[in-house]
Design a protein around this ligand. Structure first.
Ligand code: MCA
Ligand code: AMP
Length: 514
């Protein structure tokens, strides 16, 4: 039987010249050069360390660390060892981590040294046996321990249907859900993008990808990394996005992937010129709506047409504008369903809509996840009876087959590519002393696309202070979830049914950020 472990497929794509540079760091104190051999050996040592712990099959390995090449190796090592990778946003605070660790019951938790105190307390309380540290300067107990391990490791055999990763995504109601992604989900999607975005047509190793996204979400971890590894391409590795520094490296690169905020920020730099982008072959945008103004400005300034695509944590990539001809990339659309992906639009009752009509987007394909971790009822709710996944996005398919996302039926704010669920933030605000109720809505923002604004009602007799609410929230939830502004009001607008009219609040505050 062939080994369907994703690492085996990625490893098979490494170039024959293993001493060539696979990753060059761009914002470490001195540039670091990692060869393909370094990746192979480093991931072997980390995988052997995991194996030495004699963990049960498919153990979850939860990781909340700053971005580094070693952190990427840890992801690859978890695949290699056949365990399940659980990436966590570095912005998550204790309450959030407590939930994820309690829900996923990881056998191993890896965190940064500066968070070891509180993270290890949470992990040990939840029954996790092993907590290691890993920092972005190649230090930490994880690497200390791995240094003693052999650099030879046989990739654990896995079936396509076996779990490779769990990615938590919040729900419109209730707590976050862990989307279970299999080796088959990840590999099939990577192979489709490899072909669709022109990697396969290039001689192997001829692309260079600028990697400047976080590696705790699908876009940076799976889409970008797998595209590079599967094509034997070098990565120019940024620990954090810096528009000016990224533009300065485009002359040595061919591919860049980003959320719209990254493009907006690069457009604000005078250094973004056609000359600066002359060596590039592809700029991909996704994770959040791309404004047509950004699409047009990018074409004008860089001479390239952004290729917009659409996906979700549960489904990986679903649609993409075409790679060739470049003129066929249409602004305001997310392109066509990718090969192998079924995509249809249905009305509220689940009935088919005629071409061009707006409705809920439903999808099917080898990329669609296995379900939510230990939540069979929630999983069932999100699938139709004929097993199409309901994305919660609202859109249409035009006569030429281009898909456009026009809204969301899920109450979700996408801020700089991060998802913020109003229900979660409202729950936090409502738990504060003196708060009767609240509503959080997304309003346009020039940098992040959208940000949250909270409208809060006090309990009778209580006096609320907006600044105090904000500072309290900053101790409880990741800062990107904290609303940009809080308004204390006498009452929330409601319709005849008593439902809060968020649309009115959105309209009222639409101009807040210009
Ligand atoms: C940072 N802050 C934010 C955001 N990021 N606030 C709102 N929205 C954000 N996205 C806040 C921080 O909490 C902090 O506030 C202040 O801004 C500065 O933080 P800093 O870390 O310096 O920010 P930054 O480095 O400028 O980060 C902005 C960023 C980053 C580079 C745009 O947010 C980013 O990398 N976004 C990409 C997210 C992504 O990869 N999404 C893909 C998801 P304070 O000072 O108060 O603490 S995958 C997905 O959606 C699907 C599958 C798909 O289709 O791809
Ligand atoms: P996540 O839950 O982080 O995986 O976010 C997935 C959501 O991001 C999707 O359901 C969409 O609402 C949104 N999204 C991703 N790509 C795009 C895009 N190109 N345009 C509009 N929305 C997008």
């Amino acid at each position: 039987m062939d080994n369907a472990n994703l690492y085996a497929a990625l490893r098979a794509a490494f170039p024959a010249a293993l001493d060539a540079t696979a990753i060059e760091t761009c914002d470490t104190p001195v540039p670091l050069f990692y060869s393909w051999r370094d990746l192979e050996r480093g991931t072997a040592m980390l995988a052997n360390l995991l194996q030495s712990l004699a963990l049960p099959r498919a153990s979850r390995i939860a990781v909340q660390v700053d971005k580094s090449v070693e952190a990427l190796m840890l992801y690859l090592a978890v695949l290699r060892a056949g365990h399940v990778y659980l990436p966590l946003n570095t912005a998550y605070q204790a309450g959030e981590i407590e939930y994820f660790v309690g829900n996923a019951e990881p056998a191993v938790v890896v965190c940064s040294t500066r968070h070891f105190g509180w993270v290890s307390r949470i992990a040990f309380t939840a029954g996790t046996k092993h907590v290691y540290t890993l920092d972005d300067d190649r230090k930490g107990t994880l690497l200390d321990r791995a240094a003693w391990q052999s650099d030879v490791h046989e990739v654990a055999p896995r079936r396509a249907d076996d779990l490779a990763a769990i990615v938590y995504t919040s729900g419109t109601t209730g707590r976050s859900k862990g989307a279970m992604l299999t080796h088959g989900n990840l590999l099939s999607n990577a192979q489709v993008l490899h072909a669709y975005w022109g990697f396969a047509a290039q001689p192997p190793g001829s692309d260079t990808l600028v990697h400047a996204l976080p590696i705790f979400h699908v876009h940076g971890l799976f889409v970008a990394v797998h595209a590079a590894l599967l094509s034997g391409s070098k990565m120019l590795w940024f620990g954090r996005f810096d528009a000016r520094a990224v533009i300065a490296r485009l002359a040595q690169a061919t591919v860049f992937m980003g959320v719209p905020t990254l493009y907006v920020r690069m457009l604000a730099e005078p250094a973004l010129t056609r000359a600066a982008c002359a060596h590039m072959r592809l700029f991909v945008s996704g994770s959040a709506p791309l404004l047509i103004e950004t699409f047009d400005a990018w074409r004008e300034r860089s001479g390239h047409t952004l290729l917009e695509r659409y996906g979700m944590s549960e489904t990986l990539m679903l649609t993409s504008n075409p790679y060739r001809p470049e003129a066929a990339r249409r602004g305001g659309t997310v392109g066509f369903a990718l090969p192998g992906v079924g995509l249809r639009v249905r009305d509220d009752k689940g009935l088919p809509l005629a071409g061009g009509e707006i409705g809920g987007i439903e999808v099917k394909g080898p990329n669609v996840f296995k379900g939510y971790w230990r939540m069979p009822e929630k999983t069932a709710e999100e699938f139709t009876t004929d097993l199409w996944f309901k994305t919660g996005d609202v859109g249409r398919i035009d006569a030429d087959g281009y898909v456009s996302i026009v809204g969301r039926s899920k109450d979700l704010i996408i801020s700089g590519g991060y998802n913020v669920y109003p229900a979660e933030v409202e729950g936090c605000i409502n738990a504060l002393a003196g708060v009767a109720e609240s509503a959080v809505v997304g309003v346009p923002h020039p940098d992040f696309g959208e940000v949250g604004v909270a409208v809060v009602v006090a309990q009778p007799g209580a006096v609320l202070d907006a600044a105090a609410i904000l500072s309290e929230l900053r101790t409880r939830i990741a800062h990107y979830k904290v609303p940009r502004q809080v308004f204390v009001v006498a009452e929330l607008p409601r319709n005849a049914m008593g439902k809060v009219q968020k649309k009115l609040l959105r309209e009222e505050h639409a101009g807040l950020f210009g």
